[in-house]
Design a protein around this ligand. Structure first.
Ligand SMILES: [Zn+2]
Length: 570
């Protein structure tokens, strides 16, 4: 007697091998039998005839840590078939928290939250955070990375300088704590503050800690446009010098002058692998990207955090300098305006009622609607009114590079989204269609319509490859004894329906989603089940040398409670 039998589907098992016919017997959260089970009984029988049965998708690049406390149903991702979210990306995780700098982080993540929402940090260490999250209902599993940016904020705020030796030791210590708590690796966001203030040497030192724990170094690299090649080389160098596995996040070729450069970036990765550097990448299959509006400003404007940024953009002399930096394209930062043009930058979310009409408009149109003399004035005035918040969708890349990257075997899939919903507070604004459509879009356009990938290869990129990357050995493949994370979809009808102008729309053709042996999507409808878990990276305990070489002096500032300090005095 099984809990569930999935009967009669074509099993695409995640390995990349051709599909085979099998029934799947599920009990107590796991796949317990694969084969012909027509005589067996179960509480629930799913008729999968005509459908594909694959492992649940692992979203290699998620920011759903920002919204899962607001809405644990995670509609936009579970409806795509995502059963595991890898969060804490682009340098920003929600722990560790140094109470002294808590407000800086709070202000920093505000642009990504719906109007009126905020996150209360009821934790300090990574362990505290994961325990807190574990009490939460979740419709899918969550695997965490620790954000290098968050660690840096905890130790030194948003200061634009290299860390002192002591500060660097503190950062390493915080990363070690996160890894011991169960983080799967560390992320960096090198176009964002405070990651933008860090040098390669600092990153190598911190990555060495991640490497000791067998974790992953996942990087939003220093630039995706004119400094793309250098940035990929830097990520590879960090892998080479620290021994860590490198993941290039949402790999793309951005900027009008860079079209076709994916040939070079993929070659760099392939060559590095020949030298023994374990490097791979993830991608979402669209020509536009999305991030905060404030990312358009040069690095120096961000020093000290959002409040100081707001003061600067109000000052006339600083506005002159900002204009100068953008127009002269000073090197060393991701100059999105100069690389892509104002007409390609669309406002996607704002917080104030007053500016709601600007959502879905590009900055040229917005400048006209706001009655401003030019686009930069419009942007800066908007940022002032929004108190530094606001997000944008930017058309940065071309299909030829999207395709080239997608069809390379080193590329896996990630949405780069935070779970959203067509209802409630998370339905605000016009998020990037990748929030709802990434996985079905690949299965429709690149598999069914254009045959750029085989079905089996596409599923491999969505399942076993990211699971292997995370060393998540119990998931990502359909086999006996694996956790029953399963998607049932119709390969002939699966499609994304979310568009740039109308993004809050579920895909079609995904019939069932099972997480840890419980049905979360049942005939396209979400159930009231919350079987998701906070997953923890397994590692040989205490491999990091906490042997007194790191002075605990100064940690009283990083950790507020005696309990935390005691726990860290390993
Ligand atoms: Zn990113």
């Amino acid at each position: 007697m099984f809990d569930i039998i999935v009967r009669g589907g074509k099993v695409v098992d995640g390995t990349g091998n051709p599909w085979f016919k099998a029934d799947i017997g599920i009990k107590d959260g796991k796949i317990v039998e694969l084969g012909r089970l027509e005589k067996e009984k179960a509480d629930t029988v799913i008729d999968a005839r005509g459908n594909v049965v694959s492992p649940g998708f692992v979203d290699m690049h998620s920011h759903s840590d920002l919204t899962l406390f607001i809405n644990p149903k995670l509609e936009s991702t579970i409806h795509q078939g995502i059963t595991t979210l890898v969060v804490g990306n682009c340098g920003i995780s929600l722990a560790p928290i140094n109470k002294k700098h808590e407000h800086l982080l709070e202000r920093y993540i505000a642009p990504f939250l719906p109007p009126g929402a905020s996150i209360r940090f009821q934790w300090s260490t990574f362990e505290d955070y994961l325990r807190h999250e574990n009490k939460q209902d979740l419709s899918s599993n969550v695997a965490h990375l620790v954000g290098h940016g968050t660690v840096r904020v905890a130790v030194m705020g948003f200061q634009d300088r290299a860390p002192s030796d002591v500060e660097l030791e503190h950062m390493k210590y915080l990363v070690a704590e996160a890894m011991e708590a169960g983080a799967f690796g560390m992320s960096t966001g090198l176009i964002y503050p405070p990651g933008i203030f860090s040098g390669t040497g600092e990153l190598v030192e911190v990555a060495k800690v991640v490497s000791k724990y067998g974790g992953l170094y996942s990087s939003h690299v220093r630039g995706e446009s004119s400094n793309l090649i250098y940035s990929i080389e830097e990520a590879i160098e960090i892998g080479e010098k620290s021994g860590v596995s490198v993941q290039i996040s949402h790999h793309k070729v951005a900027g009008r002058q860079q079209i076709g450069k994916s040939v070079e970036t993929l070659k760099l990765m392939e060559d590095a692998r020949k030298r023994g550097v374990d490097v791979a990448c993830d991608q979402y299959p669209y020509e536009a990207g999305m991030t905060s509006l404030a990312t358009l400003l040069p690095p120096w404007v961000h020093e000290g955090g959002i409040d100081q940024l707001l003061e600067r953009i109000k000052r006339l002399e600083d506005r002159v300098k900002i204009r100068d930096d953008i127009e002269k394209d000073t090197t060393g930062w991701e100059n999105i305006i100069n690389e892509n043009g104002w007409e390609n930058i669309y406002i996607s979310n704002v917080k104030t009622e007053k500016n709601k009409d600007l959502q879905g408009k590009n900055i040229q149109e917005a400048a006209r609607m706001m009655g401003k003399p030019d686009e930069l004035t419009a942007l800066l005035d908007l940022l002032v009114e929004e108190e530094g918040s606001g997000t944008m969708v930017v058309f940065v890349t071309k299909e030829e590079d999207v395709c080239k990257i997608l069809s390379n075997p080193l590329t896996m899939v990630g949405t780069d989204s935070w779970s959203t919903s067509p209802e409630g507070v998370l339905s605000a604004g016009k998020p990037h269609p990748r929030f709802y459509g990434t996985y079905p879009r690949i299965l429709r356009e690149y598999v069914r319509e254009r045959s750029i990938l085989s079905l089996e290869e596409a599923v491999r990129k969505m399942t076993s490859f990211p699971a292997q990357r995370l060393r998540l050995w119990g998931r990502g493949v359909i086999r006996e004894n694996m956790w029953a994370d399963i998607v049932v979809f119709n390969p002939d009808t699966i499609m994304d329906t979310a568009t740039y102008q109308n993004p809050h729309q579920y895909p079609e053709g995904i019939e069932y989603v099972i997480v840890n042996g419980e049905i979360v999507i049942d005939k396209r409808q979400q159930t009231q089940n919350y079987p998701g878990r906070v997953l923890r990276h397994k590692f040989p305990k205490k491999t990091f040398p906490h042997d007194g070489r790191i002075s605990l002096k100064g940690f009283e500032e990083v950790f507020s409670s005696q309990k935390d300090r005691d726990r860290l005095t390993l």
